[in-house]
Design a protein around this ligand. Structure first.
Ligand code: 1YM
Length: 644
């Protein structure tokens, strides 16, 4: 490959057209990276890392390092071939310059390999460049170090050689500083990067990914390296559960140009934790690859159960749900031209993927079951138990359905409903404990606020079978109060309250109850969370009194701020609230329920790293907020891992 870095007659002419391209990205960043929030900020890293991972998938790179620097600039280094430095004749520029300055040149100039172009991903290095204050790329190639710098997408100088290196060494190093005038936030979160990079390492077996945080006071580093790939991913996801059998079942093969990998293992829980990926990108809405997997699983287990007399000829076949009870599975396919469908472009559409996954899994799973009769039998027996429980649950559900039809909407006895019948105006407080429930009933605004007190801890739906869940009084009360039904019957248009507000004590028990409640909502009515109907109330932790004046503080930082304002002296009376029950109705109204002054946190789902569902809480204020509470506005981010 020839390298001509010093003279290039067409340089200027080419550049003009190029700059227009990147200007479009700066004008509408959301179109290219989804959003300019922290999420978009982190996307920049994934885009660059994706290129390095592609190089690993092509078999040329085995180590990637990501560094977070003091100023929140990021460096990504790989030991691949290095982005080509020779002239790309179509553009009349070095290939590397085209990669960083021409929109959509992130792909490999006309397909090939397993490069992805769909959803928010794969928009490439040029988008990162366009949205960075500055970006520097260095390429290590045949004993030379090449470098080029860009500022807000503009090339600062032609690609040049800046030094020498070991001729054995090759690779690419990219450092960029996100543009603070574009992103709402420019501080990187180590844990967010960590989760995604770990997922990447699981999905690319053998690849080493290091993450280094150099920021002072936050120094830490980790390396992710899994020789077992997605098999180890399944072990990791099952880490806090009891596995039903020791080995992870693994199938791998290629069919019709689709490379298929599946790993799975049952555990003692009742949920289905199947995660599917296409070219290392999560497909939360599934698609053809997932359909192929499900079909193969149901067919293979039924055939096995029948031919081994575990299931008699006249017995009902096992359903997919029965077989997937307590299953953790990863389906990963690599395909050269993936088509994404659905509203959010997160569903695989390629029909060849269905057949490929079905055939690889059917064939290899049949063989595995024959070779491992003990494991096969324990899965079949668990599925039979699930089948019976599902039948019992169906009967229980039919019974409640019939009851509702006969008695009309029989709302739970403990519910103090509101009088307004327009759901848009209405909110329901789910309150921990009968005594706090009592105060809330007195305090509420009867027209628009309903109160449902729950007794103690609600059932952990992760650890219970469906029949038990439907039989649980607290859960039944919530289902009937919301009005939407659940699972197949779920109908969001029947929702009776547009705000569902979970109100628990501001202590460890309260946090646990909120988690159980959110787990239930997430597993049974995820649309309520997706559409932004679920909130957490934020009761104050402290009451401060001085000279007959009262202040409330929602955390220690605020307490200190208030104390500094009013002076720290002997006249201050500080009360620490241990629970909602300690507040009288008036205080409860003023601090936690009054829409004008309260603080609510809206619960959202971060579906980016789907294997570790994050529920994120963003703080929302009442309409009229006293200035002294403003600092709470910096999003109180609280992450809850439902898999633990
Ligand atoms: C830290 C980021 O971008 N690595 C990287 C990128 C490329 C290659 C190697 C590469 C690809 C090919 C041939 C090929 C890219 N090259 C291109 C393009 N790391 C990082 N490492 N030689 C090198 O796909 O044929 C785009 S990305 F288009 F120039 F070939």
């Amino acid at each position: 490959m020839s390298t001509d870095t010093n003279t290039n007659a067409e340089y200027g002419a080419d550049q003009i057209q190029i700059l227009e391209g990147l200007e479009a990205v700066r004008k509408r960043p959301g179109m290219y990276i989804g959003s300019t929030s922290v999420r978009g900020l982190h996307h920049l890293v994934y885009e660059i890392v994706d290129n390095a991972v592609d190089e690993a998938l092509a078999g040329y790179c085995d180590t990637i390092e990501v560094q977070i620097h003091e100023d929140n600039s990021i460096t990504v280094i790989d030991d691949g071939r290095g982005i080509p430095v020779g002239i790309n004749h179509k553009a009349g520029l070095p290939a590397v310059e085209v990669v960083f300055t021409v929109l959509h040149a992130g792909g490999k100039f006309g397909g090939g390999g397993y490069k992805v172009s769909g959803g928010l991903h794969g928009v490439g290095a040029s988008v990162v460049n366009a949205l960075s204050n500055w970006l520097e790329v260095q390429i290590f190639h045949e004993g030379k170090v090449y470098q080029q710098r860009y500022e807000r997408g503009n090339t600062m100088y032609p690609l040049k050689v800046v030094g020498e290196c070991d001729p054995e060494k090759s690779g690419t190093q990219v450092t960029f500083s996100p543009d603070g005038s574009i992103f709402e936030e420019t501080v990187y979160d180590y844990d967010t990067l960590k989760q995604r990079l770990r997922e990447m390492a699981f999905l690319t077996k053998g690849l080493k990914i290091r993450l280094v945080d150099e920021r002072s006071g936050m120094e830490q580093e980790e390396e992710f390296h899994y020789e077992g790939g997605i098999k180890e991913f399944v072990t990791y996801l099952n880490r806090s559960k009891e596995a039903l059998y020791p080995d992870v079942i693994y199938c791998e093969g290629e069919k019709n140009g689709v490379y298929v990998e599946v790993a799975m293992q049952h555990n003692d829980s009742y949920g289905d934790s199947t995660y599917s990926f296409v070219n290392n990108i999560t497909t939360p809405e599934g698609g053809t690859h997932l359909a192929g997997f499900r079909n193969a699983l149901t067919k293979t287990f039924n055939e096995y159960a029948k031919s081994n007399k575990i299931l008699k000829e006249n017995e009902t076949a096992l359903s997919g749900d029965d077989i997937r009870e307590g299953l953790t599975a990863i389906i990963s396919v690599k395909i050269s031209e993936p088509q994404f469908e659905g509203q959010t472009k997160q569903k695989l559409g390629n029909s060849e993927a269905r057949g490929a996954v079905d055939s690889v899994v059917s064939e290899q799973l049949t063989y595995f079951l024959e070779q491992n009769p003990v494991v096969a039998k324990s899965i079949c027996e668990k599925s039979l138990l699930a089948q019976r429980a599902r039948e019992a649950a169906r009967k229980a559900r039919d019974l409640t359905r019939r009851k509702t039809a006969l008695e009309g909407m029989s709302l739970p006895g403990k519910l103090a409903d509101c009088s307004d019948k327009d759901p848009k105006n209405c909110e329901i407080f789910i309150v921990e404990g009968d005594s706090a429930g009592g105060s809330a009933k007195t305090a509420r605004s009867r027209a628009t606020q309903a109160i449902l007190p729950l007794r103690g801890k609600i059932l952990n739906v992760e650890k219970a079978r469906l029949d038990k869940i439907y039989g649980n009084a607290e859960i039944k009360a919530m289902i009937t109060a919301f009005g939407t039904g659940i699972h197949d019957d779920f109908d969001i248009s029947k929702l009776r309250y547009h705000k569902i507000i979970i109100m628990t004590d501001a202590d460890v028990d309260g946090a646990h109850i909120s988690t159980l409640m959110l787990t239930f909502l997430y597993r049974f009515m995820p649309e309520l969370i997706r559409q932004g109907h679920v909130y957490l109330a934020k009761p104050p932790l402290f009451k401060i009194e001085k000279n007959k004046k009262v202040w409330y503080a929602y955390d220690e930082i605020e307490l200190n701020k208030i104390l500094t304002e009013i002076g720290r002296d002997g006249n201050n009376k500080i009360q620490r609230y241990k629970g909602l029950g300690e507040m009288d109705p008036e205080q409860l109204w003023e601090t936690t329920m009054d829409p004008e002054t309260r603080v609510l946190e809206r619960v959202t789902i971060d579906e980016e790293t789907s294997s570790e569902i994050d529920l994120t809480f963003t703080t929302l204020m009442g309409d009229k907020v006293e200035p002294r509470r403003e600092f709470i506005e910096t999003n109180a981010k609280y992450v809850q891992n439902l898999d633990i």
